[in-house]
Design a protein around this ligand. Structure first.
Ligand SMILES: *[C@@H]1O[C@H](CO)[C@@H](O)[C@H](O)[C@H]1NC(C)=O
Ligand SMILES: *[C@@H]1O[C@H](CO)[C@@H](O)[C@H](O)[C@H]1NC(C)=O
Ligand SMILES: *[C@@H]1O[C@H](CO)[C@@H](O)[C@H](O)[C@H]1NC(C)=O
Length: 740
């Protein structure tokens, strides 16, 4: 009997040793001769009892097995044929074998570059095929690999390893000029006796040869860093980055998935970065669009520059034309995307046969409602706002009396003087005209064509079953709303998690002064040199420690109390007990995180909804606003001191935070409840006000008023007529009687 524990222990030991000595290996292979080498390693690994899985692009050439291989093949589809790869390689061999000799050094260089570019293009396709394939990623993640083996001749293996949190090993022959080994692997290569690969030299070189060797190294460094790696750097950063603008919708989708619903996301291909998020659990339907993420980014950058820098230097007319141009460009692209969906019969059929229960969309970019109409689905909006609340008012039917409901982006609060009320009303009117006459015009035509009946964009938008607005009464001024409007601001906020160790140490070192968190969001990557120097100088004068999210050049005036990070766990920092203040550009997500954790803010708004958000926070007494163009270092220091030392800001922040937390049902649960409600009941028509079926003059009862006025006028007219008639009669009778 006493043996039993020993036996159990032994078993455990054996089991333990077993699992430690054989592992689960994932392989990112490279075609042709590279594969032969890799294969030898893999055979040996399997012989030793390891599980080996090879990721195999469908275009792969080299694998021809006479018998089933001893390892698993995980084939994934890439959008190119075996023939394409074959032709490319034949060309490659021909050029290399016959043409290279006859070329000058310079021509050789250019040829080499062209070949590299092509290889990189093919690699990118492989990469996309992996990272856009949610199912595959999930499967790989859940398999629990111990290691990844890759050949860096085709990039992406290392990215996959990073994504799956796996250690990785390279099997490699060489890169041109040993560039990867030297620059990434850190291998020393003195050009005096280590010949660059492909340079055609040996380790014994004359002076001229050493010169050539060195220049070859140099040229390769430049080609790799400036040309070949550039796109990839961005691609890698995107895949591994966080995506703030996507946070809100993603919270809802994660929750829906957690409750067992199937979620499918229609995704334009330029959206690449967001769709590859690690925890992405929903199905993706990628629509390839004829512009890249870079194109979209540059358009958005133009917008940011326009609002943040140019706005203050150009006339309002120039501003208007530039804005108009930008808007039409955005709308044009939107239309292209829309066209690719609604005119793609195959896609529509596929979507139809999937029998969705509901569609969720953001009305800022039209088309969601059109797809819903085409598929006969009830749809739900997740929305922050439109300028002047135009979409909510005109299409959603939400009442907005201009006397106390300030138009968004108008910069007013709910308490207005006579002139402000006048301004507010005119702002509403101007927005109505702009939307009706400019923004919606083309869309109305387009929607009518697609649906085959006369309609308008706004009418279609008005069919939304629910409007989930991304604010709440902690943020909004009280206003009337409709039963199908639900205010769910802050649904992405979560309790803080522990900080990374190094950051926690820095935070703790702040002592009783605490820390200040500073972020201008993910879209502002750098400031001008003077601005960043000024900001750094101001921050250095604070007794607090500062954590600054900033990707630009490190300013020289950076103080010892300030640390700069490319990325910060913002929610966790704001929830840290040492955090005293938040310097922010005023994006809705950041503002809500501050509300959630009760942190007063210094707002430096730049564009879009930011001035509006900070305006609300200022009116609620939990923020101070600064102007990025006119502020000085002293202003910034004063603002931080005010927010920290004048207790009213913290008190207001805590009060608003309490209001935010004191809700019968959490915002995320409410959002999801309504989505499920719409699915259960195939809509929420009982919440729909009849205002949608009225014309504008009926809505404002102008017809009734006009009718009443006419009645009154008629009555008055008749009375007057009667009176005059009577008077005349009386007069003539009196005259008659006088005569008599
Ligand atoms: C690589 O792809 C880019 C963008 O898709 C394209 O412009 C370029 O011509 C391609 N280069 C080669 C060599 O195929
Ligand atoms: C930010 O950096 C980019 C690229 O380095 C540069 O083109 C741009 O002018 C910079 N922006 C500012 C405001 O300095
Ligand atoms: C604190 O700030 C509030 C609001 O700006 C202001 O009314 C009050 O006078 C300030 N208190 C002190 C002590 O400065």
């Amino acid at each position: 009997m006493s043996l039993k524990p020993a036996q159990v222990l032994l078993l455990v030991l054996v089991f333990f040793m077993d699992s430690a000595s054989t592992g689960n290996v994932l392989v990112w292979p490279v075609d042709f001769s590279h594969w032969l080498n890799m294969k030898a390693i893999l055979h040996e690994l399997t012989a030793k009892g390891h599980q080996v899985t090879v990721l195999l692009p469908s275009s792969f050439q080299a694998i021809q097995f006479s018998e089933p291989p001893p390892f698993q093949l995980e084939e994934f589809h890439v959008p190119m044929s075996k023939e394409y790869v074959e032709t490319f390689v034949e060309d490659f061999v021909r050029i290399w074998t016959y043409e290279m000799h006859e070329l000058s050094f310079w021509e050789f260089f250019i040829k080499l570059y062209e070949i590299m570019e092509k290889i990189m293009n093919i690699s990118k396709m492989f990469c996309d095929a992996i990272f856009l394939n949610r199912k595959l990623l999930e499967k790989l993640d859940s398999t629990g690999f111990d290691i990844l083996i890759s050949d860096p001749a085709v990039v992406c293996g290392e990215l996959l390893a990073e994504k799956l949190h796996l250690p990785f090993i390279y099997s490699f022959r060489f890169s041109f000029g040993n560039t990867m080994e030297r620059l990434c692997g850190g291998m020393p290569s003195p050009p005096s006796y280590v010949p660059a690969s492909l340079g055609g030299l040996t380790d014994r070189m004359s002076f001229m040869e050493r010169m050539r060797n060195m220049l070859f190294y140099f040229s390769q460094d430049i080609v790799f860093q400036q040309v070949i790696w550039k796109d990839w750097n961005k691609y890698y950063s995107d895949i591994l980055a966080d995506h703030s603008h996507w946070i809100n919708l993603k919270s809802i989708m994660d929750e829906l998935t957690a409750r067992g619903h199937q979620v499918t996301v229609l995704l334009p291909s330029f959206f690449q970065a967001a769709n590859t998020h690690e925890t992405l659990l929903f199905h993706l339907e990628v629509i390839s669009v004829p512009f890249s993420k870079a194109d979209m980014d540059s358009l958005i950058q133009d917008g940011i520059v326009l609002f943040s820098y140019e706005k203050h230097e150009i006339s309002s007319w120039e501003m208007f034309t530039k804005l108009y141009y930008l808007m039409s460009e955005l709308m044009d692209r939107n239309k292209i995307i829309c066209d690719l969906i609604v005119s793609n019969k195959k896609l529509l059929k596929k979507l139809e046969s999937a029998h969705f229960d509901t569609l969720i969309s953001d009305p800022l970019a039209p088309c969601g409602e059109l797809v819903a109409e085409k598929l006969h689905l009830p749809f739900i909006y997740s929305f922050r706002f439109s300028s002047g609340n135009t979409i909510e008012r005109l299409c959603g039917g939400i009442p907005a009396p201009p006397s106390y409901v300030p138009a968004s982006v108008g910069g007013l609060t709910d308490r207005m003087t006579f002139l402000q009320r006048m301004g507010n009303m005119l702002f509403y009117l101007s927005q109505d005209v702009m939307f009706h006459q400019v923004i919606w015009k083309d869309w109305n035509k387009y929607y009518s064509e697609v649906l085959g009946r006369p309609t308008t964009l706004c009418e279609t938008m008005g069919k939304a079953e629910m409007w989930l607005i991304r604010t709440y009464w902690d943020f909004e001024f009280p206003r009337p709303f409709l039963p199908n409007f639900e205010f769910v601001g802050g649904l992405h906020c979560k309790p803080a998690k522990p900080l990374p160790e190094e950051m926690e140490k820095f935070v703790q070192s702040s002592g009783e002064h605490g820390i200040v968190v500073f972020s201008l969001g993910s879209m502002i990557k750098n400031l001008t040199d003077e601005k960043s120097a000024m900001v750094a100088l101001a921050l250095s004068q604070l007794p607090q420690k500062v954590i600054w999210r900033y990707k630009g050049k490190r300013p020289e005036t950076l103080g010892a109390n300030t640390r700069v990070y490319d990325w910060i766990p913002q929610n966790d920092l704001l929830g840290h007990p040492k955090t005293k203040a938040f310097i922010t550009h005023g994006g809705t997500n950041g503002v809500y995180e501050a509300i959630y954790h009760g942190i007063p803010m210094i707002g430096i708004p730049m564009f879009a909804d930011q001035p509006d958000n900070i305006g609300h926070m200022k009116a609620k007494g939990m923020a101070v606003e600064l102007n990025i163009h006119t502020m000085t270092a002293k202003d910034l220091v004063d603002a931080v001191n005010t927010v920290i030392h004048n207790a009213t800001y913290k008190e207001n922040a805590v009060r608003i935070s309490q209001i935010h937390h004191d809700q019968p049902v959490k915002p995320l649960d409410r959002a999801v409840f309504w989505i499920e409600f719409v699915m259960r009941h195939k809509g929420a028509k009982h919440l729909r006000v009849a205002a949608h079926d009225l014309t504008w003059y009926q809505y404002h009862s102008l017809d009734v008023i006009a009718f009443l006025i006419v009645c009154v006028a008629l009555f008055v007219f008749i009375v007057v007529k009667c009176c005059t008639f009577c008077c005349r009669k009386c007069g003539s009778i009196r005259k008659k009687s006088k005569k008599e």
